[in-house]
Design a protein around this ligand. Sequence first.
Ligand code: GN1
Ligand code: MG
Length: 355
Amino acid sequence: MAGVFDLGDGIRDVRAHGQGLINDTFLVITDSGRNVILQRINRHVFPEPARIMANLRVLAEHVRKRQAGEGCARELRLPGIIPARDGKDFAIDPQGGFWRAMHFLDNTITLTAITGKAQAEETGFALGRFHALTHDIDPARMHETLPGFHNAPAYFARFLRASARPRAPAASRDLLYCLDFVETRRGLTRVLETARREGRLRTRVIHGDTKLNNFLFDADTGRAISLIDLDTVQPGLIHYDIGDCLRSCANPAGECPGDPASARLDLDIGEAILDRYFAETRGFLTRGDRDYIYDAIHLIPFELGLRFFTDHLEGDHYFKTDRPGQNLHRAMTQFALTLSVEKHEGKIRSLIGKL
Ligand code: GN1
Ligand code: MG
């Protein structure tokens, strides 16, 4: 499909790229050595992928104007869209697959784990800057690309349906553990949605998928220069992004450690991320926003564990897997992280208060 896009050059090579669990991603290298990201969007997950591209246009234009106006010292770069030869922002293949192409930001790297305070601060900078740049976009201008994404009570309802189905009699210990873990945390799933419904938290434009490998760092300086994977940019609570960022960046064990029990929240990394995040968002983050940051850090790993677990119960049709049982293992990992957050609740709350 690479040839359908207006690359202005021949194609030397196309290879699989990244570790995304939803879309298929390829790196295209052109004859003159330029790198382009080509993606097939998962249509089972994103019902109307054209909405993604429409949102990207709104985002790019807004961010361009804001950064030009401010002449800011440190820009956050966003990957630019490469249109198809017919001028559209995407192309449909004969099987109905939805493809799009974006510029690859050269001389950048992604990290598999945060190894020090400086990297943690850089992640906090990038997320804070992203929110600072987008907080004044009217969310009504953005489509919902993935309806119900981060609606934890809806995920819980879905879990109840999946867990009510008959199972093989010899349920594993891990499975029974997860059932119990989820059932005892039903109330947690409502915390952010209730605050939103009652007007204590307001809807803004969010990134939606702030895991570590969506942050790009300059290969020479190590500074964060971009946040990529913009498919879930849509109206939502910035708390989802903050919780997801700590979930992913402040757990040194990652999403697939050998032993799920090794997942934990590293308080030093978490503090460095939040410290820098607050510095970037001081201009608009409210007291009320701060009141729910602990809840977000608590909820989002639980929510992802619940999503992995439900996918396991439903037969692994949402997240890509390499082997049976992988989604159960991923769920156990997120639940161990949730437990670690619960264990450190006092410390996390006091560091949020202090920053
Ligand atoms: C999925 O596809 P990817 O890797 O960008 C998922 C996120 C999860 C993440 C966990 C649309 O993101 O919500 O946090 O996996 N994206 C979607 O690795 O469901
Ligand atoms: Mg994604």
